[in-house]
Write a protein that binds this ligand. Structure first.
Ligand code: HEC
Ligand code: HEC
Length: 92
C-alpha cells in the first residue's frame, strides 16, 4: 500500500465495527494463549494463607493430600501458572 492510498481510505462506521471485532478476537486469542491457562489456586482458607512453595508442596508433593499430577513440571513458581486467589495474602 502506498502512502497515497492510505490517506485516501477513510473508514466508515461499518469498517470501524469490523476492525473492532477483529481487534477483540485477536486480543482474546493472545490473552488465551499466554501463560496461566490452567486451574487457578482455590480461593479458600488454606490457599489464601500459604505463601511459600515449600508449604504448597506439603500438600501437593507426591505424599501430600492432593498431589500434583505425575506429569506436572518439577519446580517452578506456582503462581506463574496457577493464578493466586483474589484475597491472597490478606488472610491469616
Ligand atoms: C494444607 C494443604 C494445602 C496447601 C498448603 C496447599 N494446597 Fe492446594 N489444594 C489442597 C487441596 C486439599 C486441594 C483440592 C481440594 C480443593 O480444590 O480445595 C487443592 C487444590 C489445589 C489446586 C487445584 C484446584 C483445582 O481446581 O483442582 C491448585 C492449583 C493448588 N491447590 C495450588 C496450590 C498452591 C500453588 C499452593 C501454595 C501456594 C497450595 N495449593 C497449597 C491442599 C493444599
Ligand atoms: C509451568 C506452569 C506451571 C507451574 C509453574 C505450576 N503448575 Fe501446577 N499445573 C500446571 C498444569 C498445566 C496443570 C494441569 C492441570 C489442568 O488440567 O489444568 C497443573 C496441575 C496442578 C495441580 C492439579 C490440579 C488438579 O486438580 O487437576 C496441582 C495441585 C498443581 N498443579 C499444583 C502446583 C503447585 C503446588 C505448583 C508450585 C510448586 C505448581 N502447580 C506450579 C502448570 C503449572
Amino acid at each position: 500500500m502506498t502512502e497515497q492510498q492510505k490517506l485516501k481510505w477513510s473508514p466508515g462506521k461499518r469498517d470501524l465495527l469490523f476492525l473492532g471485532i477483529v481487534a477483540a478476537v485477536v486480543l482474546i486469542l493472545v490473552l488465551g494463549s499466554s501463560e496461566r491457562k490452567t486451574k487457578p489456586v482455590p480461593n479458600d482458607e488454606t490457599h489464601r494463607t500459604v505463601t511459600s512453595r515449600d508449604s504448597c508442596m506439603v500438600c501437593h508433593g507426591s505424599d501430600g493430600v492432593s498431589p500434583q499430577p505425575k506429569e506436572h513440571i518439577k519446580g517452578g513458581q506456582c503462581f506463574q501458572c496457577h493464578r493466586q486467589p483474589k484475597e491472597w495474602g490478606k488472610g491469616k
